[in-house]
Design a protein around this ligand. Structure first.
Ligand code: AGP
Length: 605
């Protein structure tokens, strides 16, 4: 999941390439590079690490040229270093790539037998050398088509040619690619976000498409080499939201704006006058739904897990959940009366997009819950439910997790009512509770000081555990995921009742164990599970919405969030676990918005 950019203009492009790469860094930050065409020479600049470094290099030695490509890398083939940084250039061509070429070893061997030499360990360099070979007898377009025929795997490519200084060729299979239009300038980018500061007019390449862009023209070709036209979308104007304001980093801004983003989302879906949820465009009749599948990855998967409990509680629909990378390889029996729901912040996650494609091929109804409404997953699903959280820049999902849970809850309520699984009184009570949620979130955020103190307990720990039951079990999983990805401390999320079946062996004197125990039907049982941990020396950090004063000398810290309604407890209990991961990472001096080895949008399998 690297990020690529290309600009064809009538003025120098390197500064705009750098600015766009900064936006694309959420896709990878192992290395950065660009290549511009300067008096028919390919001028390549690269660095390992962040775009900031590349900017410094350019400052010392500027690159001119009115046409160029750029790249930020999330390493797949080859370690993150300077040699493996993109672009990968030969004498005549320069290539940036997002994706994985699965048969690169095979191609490499063939090319080496012909006497060609490789400089890097990347899979991308085979593309550079295949195009270089083909250019000996062909024009650029034919050379790229010839090359693509030989590749297995996924790619989004940006390619420039030393002897054709007006054009950039873009190509897509699997990995996303967008084209942007402006006056005397056209762009190629991994997503619309990278192009937004330059244009709001965007088209998207479909799988197998190729495009040739120059400063005043863009042509598209489909997989059969036939010219095609593309729909031009006008992007919404939410640029101002991508600013961290007075916050130290995007993650803290995104945590603290959750009461606003949740309010915005509720306003989009709840009609206060009619006291109703305005979701009407069902792609399948609610009463006809036999089963719902909820599919996502990482945090998005955790929101599916929360929703499963809600659907079971409020509807008579059977629910199955799956991690997208597992779902896509299962031998499933697709049923036209099932609804397949895909949850993804970015809407570009490769595994989730592939799982959606499989459903489409099997002609079943699909719905997506996304933050980026222009994304591949949103465009490819029958029906889209946006979460209206605004751009999320921090790699760790925070406000979009709340948004995903919220939209799934709203959908669940609407389906329950439409199918008459719940009566009007229950429906109205739940809508009323929903409207109280933004203020309860604001209140919950006040636990920050206590959480900050609690975070110190993790500094010398060699691991940690998060326990919950029922609706709090997915929050335990999310708590462990947040802590792992931000502070690099090992953490396990577990159903509290499952500890005695193995994980209890991990408990030793002083191990921090976060127990998430709202006032629900599991409360007393969770307390018993907690006692089992205490008896083995675990250090308990207790998070609840129960008003009862808990007197237990073995609880090192207690955090209380407001109590609203049992069903909504996962949303409020998420706030302390987000803040906890944030403060542990801050104390450990970790890079909060860009944790090591990760990227915001995971566009490789
Ligand atoms: C969690 O903080 C991560 N950002 C990650 O688990 C993420 O939720 C996952 O990669 C799925 O991304 P998506 O929502 O964009 O599909």
């Amino acid at each position: 999941m690297c990020g690529i950019i290309g600009i064809a203009s009538n003025k120098p492009v390197s500064i705009n390439i750098i600015n766009s790469l900064k936006k694309l860094e959420y896709r990878g930050y192992d290395s950065a590079g660009l290549a511009t065409l300067n008096k028919s020479e390919i001028n390549e600049k690269k660095c390992s690490g962040r775009v900031e470094e590349l900017e410094k290099i350019l400052f010392k030695s500027p690159s001119d040229g009115n046409l160029g490509i750029g790249h930020v890398r999330w390493a797949t083939h080859g370690i993150p270093n300077l040699v493996n940084a993109h672009p990968h250039s030969s004498e005549v061509v320069s290539v940036v790539h997002n994706g994985i070429i699965e048969n690169s070893d095979e191609i490499k061997k063939k090319l080496e037998l012909k006497g060609l030499k490789f400089k890097s360990q990347t899979d991308t360099e085979v593309i550079t050398l295949l195009i270089t070979e083909s250019l000996k007898d062909n024009e650029p377009l034919e050379s790229v088509f010839n090359t693509l025929k030989q590749l297995k795997g996924s790619f989004a490519l940006g390619i420039i040619f030393k002897n054709h200084k007006d054009i950039i060729i873009g190509a897509r299979r699997g990995s996303p690619l967008a084209v942007g239009y402006s006056n005397e300038e056209n762009y190629l980018g991994s997503d619309s976000y990278a192009l937004k500061s330059m244009t709001n007019k965007i088209s998207y390449l479909d799988d197998g498409d190729l495009c040739i862009l120059s400063k005043d023209k863009v042509e598209f070709y489909n997989v059969n080499k036939k010219k095609t036209n593309k729909k031009v979308y006008t992007l919404s104007d939410d640029e101002n939201v991508s600013d961290k304001g007075d916050y130290k980093n995007f993650m803290s801004k995104e945590i603290f704006e959750q009461s606003t983003t949740v309010k915005n989302c509720i306003n989009e879906y709840v009609d206060s006058l009619k006291k109703d949820i305005n979701i009407y465009n069902f792609s399948i009749k609610p009463e006809k739904i036999n089963k719902i599948f909820l599919i996502g990855c990482g945090t998005a998967y955790h929101s599916c897990l929360v929703a499963k409990y809600w659907f079971e509680e409020l509807t008579t629909i059977d629910v199955e959940i799956d991690i997208a990378s597992e779902f896509r390889y299962r031998k499933l029996k697709f049923n036209p009366d099932n609804l397949y729901i895909f949850v993804s912040q970015s809407g570009e996650t490769a595994d989730t997009a592939a799982a959606l494609d499989i459903c489409k091929k099997n002609n079943v109804k699909t719905c997506s819950v996304v933050n980026v409404v222009e994304s591949t997953i949103a465009r490819n699903s029958d029906w889209v439910l946006p979460i209206h959280a605004g751009p999320e820049i921090g790699v760790a999902s925070t406000k979009t997790f709340l948004g995903q849970m919220l939209v799934l809850y709203i959908l669940c309520l609407k389906l329950a009512k439409s199918r008459k699984d719940i009566n009007d009184t229950i429906y109205q009570t739940n809508i009323k509770n929903l409207k109280a949620l933004p203020d309860a979130i604001k209140e919950s955020l006040k636990v920050e000081n206590s959480v900050q103190a609690m975070a110190k307990e993790f500094l010398d720990a060699k691991g940690s555990m998060f326990l919950g039951r029922g609706l709090s079990f997915p929050i335990a999983l999310e708590g462990a995921l947040k802590l792992k990805e931000l502070s690099y401390l090992h953490a396990e999320g577990y159903p509290a009742g499952e500890m005695k079946h193995g994980p209890l062996a991990l408990i030793e004197e002083g191990l921090p164990v976060v127990v998430i125990a709202p006032k629900d039907k599991y409360f007393e049982k969770t307390l018993s599970n907690m006692q089992e941990v205490i008896a083995r020396g675990g250090k308990i950090l207790f998070i609840t919405d129960h008003k009862k004063e808990l007197v237990n000398e073995n609880i090192r810290f207690g955090i209380r969030v407001p109590s609203l309604d049992n069903l909504l407890s996962p949303i409020l209990l998420t706030i302390p676990i987000q803040l906890l991961a944030y403060h542990v990472a801050l104390l450990k001096g970790c890079d909060i918005d860009k944790p090591r080895n990760l990227a915001k949008s995971v566009t490789v399998e």
